[in-house]
Design a protein around this ligand. Structure first.
Ligand code: BG6
Length: 511
């Protein structure tokens, strides 16, 4: 691992949820593992008034609650907390950045951080173009000989559609160079997502099969049991396609489908990801209902508990047509993947929380042991389980002992939890450390974000402009609208259901 240099991490939006639940606990976990530079400081910035001490006390509680490792060394936590500082400014006010500059200069002197600053935008997206401009107005982005380096991390959502994502890229790039910009997608920080690269490109046995000759179709599922919780206001303007597909699931798709990069570097890996996104078939408005199914959860009873429908949740209009579920049949029109459908689905209030990729291999060309040519025993599946119970599963047919040739599908199963000495870092630990080290491999590049929007944008526009495209209600605790099954053309093909539906009541309906 390269040596991390001294630096200050400036967190804009420091009084928000992400800072207390993810960012500061992840920094503590890095500190605990001695992965942070000796000279570092965190400067929380937001409008709320805190003293350094009040901010430290508040964060102490949250590190205790949300840190990732086992046990907690109190003395260590105390030493870590002393690296935290706080500055209240109105981030909407350009003049206030002079105060920030003075504070940074002081802190830089105190902590000897050589002018190396990371600005982390964990604010509402409406500030994503303002903060970089205001930083620029005070030369806070300037780097070079004697001035250290400057980096900018931007949280999702990056843009609301293709046009706004492009505009945001252009605004930020007027101030920061692309090599200074780190667009975060926490899915890329997940161990199991990165392991897809290792699995594919460090094992000789899988890659030769990884193409249209052997793979029938691919499923990518990100199911959540939770509903919109207290994020109704944000979510109703977003919906599942923007919230999960445009970013997280596109990145997973990139890992599954990319060509081997010539080297593992920010340029090598990201060049290959962009090629996948560029090759995605873009749907015309009249094709959208054939390839995309959207749904919204309705009220039901799960394990005896009444679950409200989406429209009954706080801050959700009673006639909302925002999708809480989406399933897409996508095609990557290139040599490797020509004709192989990628079925991507995600939803809130599904029966369980699971994110997985299922590679469905083609059936054997001749059926020696079964009467029919259905896939039940003759098609192999490879399941890359991203979370929870991270692992890899291969399903294959085996002869049942005894007379004749009866076949049963069995599993070869690897669980990360079997590696007793392995610590799985949180996504934010990995990504924050990479940024400190100046490695942008696991961050999204401008062209990739825009290429992703090019695929998603026409679907969103069709939904908006064509009210006749249906949105289907599905009872909370079920696997989404029944119509998702219709995305499969071949009889017998269906989604993998990692567990059964949890609700027997509730309404499947058209909304
Ligand atoms: C976030 C979405 O980006 O990812 C949430 O905004 C979603 O709606 C979350 O719940 C899922 O992340 P994870 O790591 O729990 O799969």
């Amino acid at each position: 691992m390269s040596q991390s240099s001294p630096c200050i991490l400036v967190i804009f939006g420091a009084s928000g949820d992400l800072t207390k639940r993810k960012l500061v606990p992840a920094l503590f976990d890095l500190y605990r593992q001695k992965l942070l530079p000796e000279r570092f400081a965190v400067l929380g910035v937001s409008r709320s008034e805190y003293s350094d001490d009040a901010f430290r006390t508040y964060m102490l509680e949250n590190v205790r609650k949300y840190h990732n490792g086992d046990g907690l060394d109190k003395a260590l936590l105390k030493r870590f907390i002393a690296h935290l500082y706080y500055q209240a400014i109105d981030t909407n006010d350009a003049a206030a950045y002079a105060t920030l500059k003075t504070r940074l200069d002081d802190l830089n002197d105190e902590r000897q951080t050589r002018g190396n600053y990371i600005y982390y935008l964990s604010t509402p997206p409406s500030l994503y173009d303002k903060i970089p401009r205001y930083l620029g107005a005070h030369d806070l982005q300037v780097q070079g000989e004697g001035q250290g380096w400057k980096r900018l991390i931007i949280e999702k959502p990056f843009g609301y559609d293709l046009a706004s994502a492009g505009a945001l890229n252009r605004t930020i790039q007027q101030i920061f160079g692309e090599e200074q910009i780190y667009r975060i997608d926490h899915y890329l920080g997940k161990e199991t997502v990165q392991n897809m690269l290792v699995f594919r490109f460090s094992n000789g046995i899988f890659e030769p099969l990884w193409n249209r000759n052997y793979i029938h179709h691919v499923e990518i599922t990100a199911a959540e049991f939770i509903g919109v919780e207290n994020r109704g206001r944000y979510y109703d303007h977003s919906g599942a396609l923007r919230d999960m597909v445009q970013n997280h699931l596109m990145q997973v798709l990139g890992m599954v489908a990319m060509e081997p990069p010539s080297r593992i570097s920010a340029t090598g890996v990201r060049n290959e990801t962009v090629k996948v996104f560029d090759a995605l078939r873009v749907y015309r408005p009249e094709e959208v209902s054939r390839y995309v199914v959207r749904g919204q959860y309705t009220a039901s009873t799960v394990r005896g508990e009444a679950i409200p429908g989406y429209r009954e949740e706080a801050d959700i209009p009673a006639d909302s047509r925002t999708e809480t579920f989406v399933a897409v049949k996508a095609f990557i029109d290139n040599w490797r993947w020509g004709g192989v459908p990628f079925f991507i689905r995600t939803g809130k209030r599904l029966p369980t929380r699971v994110t997985e990729v299922v590679i469905h291999f083609k059936k054997t060309p001749h059926h020696l042991f079964t009467e029919n040519d259905q896939c039940d025993v003759s098609c192999n599946q490879l399941i890359l389980r991203i979370q929870p119970d991270e692992g890899i599963l291969v399903k294959f047919g085996m002869k049942l002992p005894g007379a004749g040739f009866q076949i049963r599908n069995v599993n070869m199963d690897f669980h990360y939890s079997d590696l007793t000495d392995a610590y799985i870092p949180s996504a934010y630990e990995r990504l924050l450390l990479d940024c400190i080290l100046g490695d942008a491999t696991l961050y999204a590049r401008a062209d990739a974000v825009e290429a992703g929007w090019k695929f998603v944008d026409p679907i969103l526009r069709a939904w908006q402009e064509r009210p006749e495209i249906q949105i289907f209600g599905y009872p909370a605790g079920t696997w989404g609208p029944r119509e998702t099954q219709a995305l499969f053309d071949e009889p017998g093909d269906d989604w993998r259901y990692p567990c059964a539906n949890l609700a027997n009541d509730g309404e499947y309906c058209e909304l």
